[in-house]
Write a protein that binds this ligand. Structure first.
Ligand SMILES: [Zn+2]
Length: 78
């Protein structure tokens, strides 16, 4: 029997298992995460552990929110 094991796929991509990212990784991945989010893609799958980190880290959550506001309001036209 075979079922898609997202966690395994993802940890293979990331290297060592990363159930939750730390602030450095969070900061590093945050713009990509926000872009995917705003594009309607599965940002949680693309950057595993980041959401968990945001929930547990007020500083990064705030950063996430301001980045989201910035990206979504930052259109090419005026
Ligand atoms: Zn953090």
């Amino acid at each position: 029997m075979k079922r898609p094991d997202l966690k395994e796929t993802v940890s293979r991509l990331l290297g060592p298992a990363a159930p939750e990212v730390d602030c450095d990784v969070c900061f590093d991945q945050l713009d990509r995460y926000v872009e995917l989010e705003l594009a309607g893609d599965d940002a949680d799958a693309a950057v595993p552990g980041l959401r968990a980190h945001l929930e547990g880290c007020p500083a990064c959550r705030e950063e996430h929110e301001s980045l989201r506001a910035l990206v979504s309001g930052d259109g090419p036209s005026r």
